[in-house]
Design a protein around this ligand. Structure first.
Ligand code: B12
Length: 455
């Protein structure tokens, strides 16, 4: 017999069930309940004093939950601040007359339990077998650009010598359609400030090793209009493909897309020497553990939108997210390009004003925001190779030969160091193509100069 919905202790429940099957028992409900009960008891003891430092720490290994103070991060756990994050509304954890902590905890958990499980942590690249993800309510809308105007493609300049035409895509369609939003719901500066403070102040932005130095430096934040025709263009087969969903499909009424680039800190780049054959442990740890922090940023932005009376969805942690092989239903790099954060490079990494050495996340929201102006008109606008053929640094640096001037074989680079190197640490990956090259921490100087001239 199939287990019933809500039968969380059943041994038969798969950790990744098909959509509509009983909810995965990845967290032990009883353990989460006990934790919350404990917290509510503490906060209400001697009058009501909610503790903003208290965190619900959900351990992935033994699936139990624990209460912790914000100070000491532990690897491989997922944290939620109880006050402000799990319960954004002040006073939610206050006991009512005659109510016991266990009763209140049970009530609160009813609305919360399913959200605690991060269905798709990040980079879910395998593609789920049919039925394993939540389906979209409506059939896919595939607009595509239908009009890649060949004249526009070569209007500005000629193909530089020595550059493969594949990497010469001036004037990504359409041209930047930024119009002034006279009264945005929230000023972009406020969003930048919100994300910056989060990155600077949140204890989860920390390497679990050593003295827990921060993983991410101050972020770049930018906004695209959800109606930017580039999102339809991403559905063209040569860009991402028809599997890439439009903002409106993720969130009816979507008006804006907020994209965030998080650069790695100096601590991480300092420890990644030019000579080493494999990536540094600081980098690998930063990549794995820092990816969880991307989810913190995504969730925080969702709450930010909600506090401002709007809705938001982060496609990469949405239960409907999936990919068609390596083609995602939502690409963080393409969204960032639309938002004006930067362009692609020959290495296929995204190059922002702070370089390529970082990661990306985004949310789609119903907030009406001022789109950021794109300072480039080429898909590879910040890549020195595509600019004038003068740079081959990522080609020379890739230890697997995955990058050539015919492009990149993504699967090949994946093999370098992932399996054997850093095995004892339980993580490993290669970051050579985003380190020690002219675009690792900035837009290459030659291109920067032309931008400065344009103003
Ligand atoms: C699948 C995937 C992988 C796969 C395959 C990568 C690939 N290139 O497809 C594997 C497992 C190999 C991989 C590896 C890594 N990944 Co990865 N990966 C993803 C994922 C899930 C989707 C990537 C994707 O969009 N593929 C779709 C194809 C179509 O993209 P593409 O071929 O590059 O797109 C080209 C075309 O669109 C073309 N094009 C042609 N015509 C036109 C016209 C227009 C108008 C436009 C816009 C484009 C265009 O230009 C693009 C660039 O060449 C994203 C997360 C996400 N959901 O976005 C992370 C992501 C791309 N990965 C990331 C990282 C960091 C890595 C690694 C460096 C990890 C590491 N070791 O640290 C490695 C190496 C990446 C590399 N240099 O290739 C980051 C990139 C950050 C950055 N600064 O760029 C992302 C965004 C994750 C994140 N949240 O930050 N990854």
């Amino acid at each position: 017999m199939l287990p019933q919905q809500g039968d969380h202790n059943s041994l038969f429940i798969n950790e990744i069930p098909k959509w509509g099957e009983p909810y995965p028992n990845i967290l032990n409900r009883q353990s989460v309940l006990e934790c919350l009960t404990d917290y509510i008891l503490q906060a209400n003891h001697w009058g009501y004093r909610p503790d903003r430092r208290k965190v619900l720490a959900v351990r992935q290994s033994d699936r139990t939950a624990a209460l912790r103070n914000a100070a000491a991060p532990i690897r491989q756990e997922i944290y939620y601040f109880i006050e402000g994050e799990l319960f954004p509304e002040e006073g939610t954890t206050r006991l009512k007359e005659g109510q016991t902590p266990a009763e209140l905890a049970a009530n609160l958990l009813d609305g919360l339990y399913e959200q605690l499980y991060i269905w798709v942590a990040y980079d879910f690249t395998k593609g789920s077998p049919p039925g394993f993800r939540k389906p979209f309510d409506k059939p896919p809308v595939v607009k595509g650009s239908a009009n890649p105007n060949p004249e526009a493609l070569t209007r500005n300049r000629q193909l530089p010598e020595g550059v493969n035409p594949r990497f010469f895509i001036p004037d990504p369609l359409p041209e930047n359609p930024v119009t002034i939003v006279s009264q945005p719901d929230v000023a972009t500066a406020e969003i930048v400030n919100f994300v910056t403070e989060l990155v600077k102040g949140d204890f989860r932005n920390a390497l679990p090793e050593g003295d827990n130095p921060p993983i991410w430096d101050e972020p770049l934040v930018a906004v695209a209009s959800a109606h930017d025709p580039l999102f339809a263009r991403f559905q063209d087969p040569e860009v991402v493909g028809p599997c890439h969903r439009l903002p409106e499909e993720w969130l009816p009424g979507a008006r804006s897309v907020i994209s965030v680039f998080l650069p790695f800190t100096e601590h991480i780049s300092r420890n990644y020497s030019r000579e080493q054959r494999y990536s540094a442990v600081e980098f690998s740890s930063g990549k794995w553990n820092g990816s969880k922090f991307l989810n913190v940023v995504r969730r925080a932005l969702i709450r930010f939108a909600e506090r401002n009376g709007a809705q938001a969805v982060a496609p990469n942690i949405d239960p409907r997210y999936d990919s068609d092989g390596w083609l995602p239903f939502w690409s963080e790099r393409h969204a960032a390009l639309a938002a004006g954060l930067g362009t692609f490079g020959l290495h296929q990494n995204f190059i922002s004003e702070k370089g390529a050495f970082g990661r990306l996340c985004s949310v789609i929201t119903t907030l009406n925001l001022q789109p950021t102006e794109r300072r480039y008109s080429e898909v590879y606008g910040y890549c020195l190779y595509a600019f004038d053929g003068s740079c081959r640094a990522c080609i020379d640096r890739c230890p697997t030969g995955a990058i050539t001037d015919a492009g990149k074989l993504p699967g090949r680079c994946e093999t370098h160091g992932n399996k054997e190197h850093l095995k004892d640490w339980n993580y490993g990956s290669c970051g050579h193509c985003s380190t020690w090259i002219p675009c690792w921490k900035q837009i290459p100087a030659k291109i920067r100069k032309t931008l400065d001239v344009k103003g």
